[in-house]
Design a binder for this molecule. Structure first.
Ligand SMILES: Cc1ncc(COP(=O)(O)O)c(C=O)c1O
Length: 632
């Protein structure tokens, strides 16, 4: 009871929980005194068996100390996950309530809460500052404590941030304003003591937003932009952005979109329209123009999207899954990202609301959860099982989350996988769907790559189809959110309809459409195979076949000296590897740590969109050999 009541207090009101912490801590010294907080009463009782063997007072004190440590760890965990509860943390260290924290107390607190991890390694720069203060015997008030917390919990190591700033400064193209252009700040005894110039700054901003990060556009991509600006040829494989790397737009889509946008007299009603556009394109554009109505593409639509277009989507889903689908249940959003953001916003009500996400994951999930101040629970996908997830793994992660007082609201499933490139089987999906159904967890199925399946016998199965068998519950909050955002872009809505309702074999555009889409698909299929085969031939690199989506996610073996060097640089071994790969070869990948991966694994994600992907295999091999030599 002690634990759960304490947790309740902790998770709901960080300020009050710290008050409780003080009470609990004084109970260590006077264990037989009942403690009251509000209406909650706690008795400090010695466990019976222990009381028989040892001094009961000592046993109670030990039990209390353990509980106290659990509370401290939770406060730290909450801050780490949500960016909230800095005041509570301060109060938890400032036990004599004099508004000042001794650096030595802060050091002991951090060592305690970080358990197996060494704060010196995790936060070298912030730890250094703390030691300087301790040596000088200068205490922290709340403001300086918060400043220190910001430094201690930067998502990226401080040295990495200074490297990023250096790239930006050398690259005026990005249009940044730099610190050295600001008025001189003066010298201070401690660099965390510089007066803040602005009321909105790194400490006062939303700490959830500060802690949000998106590796796909991280340090490696920034260095790539800098090198490109200097005239270096860069092979961008860091982002799934087909047109950026030369994929031609599909003619049919562009023609229909153009005719929807153009004034009728310049487009569908132009006397020479039939000389410029195939008849089915004109017919489709006219169909859309009728559906959209006289307001055209420039007006707000129904907040869920235009009904006629949602009907097309519902029909597609119905044909795909063999279950009814209703336009009223469809929400057309500005891409999947906006949809994910809406759903997560609707789900995250408290700091202790959590979402289970796959590890590795597409980082929009971790970024948005951080931004919304929620908690993420990673469930590991097993690389040795082609990135499948087991029921045991889901159960154990849920149990752990519950033990920590978290409420798991949703589970995100990415199929086909990004970054893993795997395709879930019917059976895999059923495992996840049943788990969600049993625990009343909302299943978020991210299926943006459903058309990109390359394995010869592989077939995409939607979570809806599987989940309907498992009778999952619906999410009802969405409409409220959607209506607050007016509507998604009309061009995107039309595009969605075009994707689910392509030209038919009897249509004039069909042949070109088929040729263009098949060329793209076959190119991806071939490159996915050749890239993975090529990577697997390199000694020290291994890659699970990319059956779907557009990514390969190899793991690499790096020498221990490279791990040491990364530590010295305040970065991860895969960031060091990716920076080196970029500098040596011009290939821009994303370090695997940006997606999450098993402890000790080192890897990267590369797309196989670029036509030169296969040629790049040689460069990957040469670089790997050089890198291993350099650090051996
Ligand atoms: C798995 C996954 N979900 C969602 C998105 C975002 O999609 P959109 O561009 O439609 O917002 C991406 C984009 O890369 C993705 O890989």
């Amino acid at each position: 009871m002690f634990q759960s009541a304490c947790r309740r207090l902790l998770l709901q009101t960080p300020g009050r929980s710290a008050t409780f912490l003080r009470v609990a801590s004084s109970a260590v010294h006077r264990p037989n005194v009942p403690r009251t907080i509000g209406s909650t009463r706690f008795f400090s009782e010695a466990p019976k068996e222990e009381a028989k063997e040892v001094d009961p007072m000592a046993a109670v004190a030990a039990a209390q100390a353990e509980k106290l440590l659990a509370v401290k760890k939770q406060l730290w965990e909450i801050y780490l996950s949500t960016g909230r509860g800095a005041n509570a943390l301060f109060e938890a260290i400032d036990l004599d309530e004099n508004g000042a924290v001794d650096p030595e107390d802060l050091k002991s607190f951090m060592i305690e809460v970080m358990g197996d991890e060494d704060p010196k390694e995790i936060m070298p720069y912030a730890w250094n500052r703390l030691e300087q203060r301790a040596a000088a015997g200068v205490q922290y008030d709340l403001r300086h404590f918060k400043k220190w917390l910001v430094a201690a919990t930067k998502m990226s190591a401080d040295m990495k941030n200074s490297r990023v700033m250096a790239y930006l400064m050398q690259n005026p193209e990005v249009g940044e304003r730099f610190f050295n252009q600001l008025p001189h700040q003066g010298l201070h005894a401690f660099d965390d003591e510089e007066p803040a110039n602005y009321t909105w700054n790194e400490e006062t901003m939303s700490q959830s937003l500060r802690r949000m990060q998106y590796a796909v556009r991280g340090e490696v991509a920034m260095l790539a932009d800098k090198l490109a600006a200097e005239g270096r040829e860069i092979l961008y494989t860091n982002i799934g952005n087909p047109h950026q790397v030369g994929q031609s737009p599909i003619t049919y889509y562009r023609q229909v979109l153009a005719l929807c946008d153009l004034p009728a007299e310049c487009g569908v009603d132009h006397p020479k329209a039939h000389e410029m556009f195939p008849a089915d394109v004109i017919a489709r554009a006219n169909e859309y123009r009728d559906i959209i109505g006289p307001s055209g593409t420039g007006a707000y639509t129904h907040s869920q999207g235009i009904l006629g277009l949602r009907k097309h989507v519902a029909k597609f889903i119905e044909a795909r899954d063999g279950y009814p689908s209703y336009p009223g249940d469809i929400f057309l959003t500005n891409g999947a990202s906006a949809g994910i953001a809406m759903v997560l916003q609707g789900l995250m009500a408290n700091n202790n609301d959590a979402v289970m996400i796959p590890i590795p994951q597409y980082p929009i999930y971790s970024a948005l959860i951080a931004k919304l101040g929620g908690r993420q629970i990673g469930y590991n996908m097993d690389e040795s099982l082609n990135w499948a997830v087991t029921r045991e793994e889901l159960d154990s992660k849920l149990a752990k989350a519950k033990k920590e007082g978290l409420e798991v609201k949703a589970l995100a499933m990415i199929n086909p996988g990004n970054p893993s490139g795997n395709l879930m089987t019917h059976c895999d999906i059923q495992t996840v769907a049943e788990f969600c159904a049993e625990h009343g967890i909302v299943l978020l199925a991210d299926e943006v790559y459903q058309a990109n399946v390359y394995g010869d016998s592989a077939q995409f199965v939607s979570a809806k189809k599987v989940a309907l068998d498992a009778r999952l519950r619906d999410l009802q909050l969405l409409y409220k959110l959607a209506s607050s955002e007016l509507c998604s872009g009309v061009v995107g809505q039309i595009m969605t309809s075009l994707m689910v309702k392509p030209p038919l074999p009897e249509d004039e555009s069909y042949e070109l459409f088929r040729k263009e889409t098949t060329t793209i698909f076959e190119g991806m299929k071939e490159r996915s195979r050749k890239l993975v085969e090529g990577l697997n031939k390199i000694e020290g690199i291994s890659c699970v076949p990319a059956e779907a989506a557009m990514y390969a996610f190899p793991s690499i073996q790096v020498p221990p000296k490279a791990v040491e060097r990364a530590k010295e640089m305040g970065t991860t071994p895969d960031n060091l590897y990716a920076l080196s790969l970029l500098q040596e070869t011009g290939i821009c990948v994303v370090p695997a740590s940006g997606f999450g991966q098993a402890k000790g694994r080192v890897g990267f994600r590369t797309t196989f969109l670029h036509p030169d992907t296969v040629k790049a295999v040689d460069l990957f091999a040469k670089h790997h050999e050089k890198f291993v030599k350099e650090y051996s």
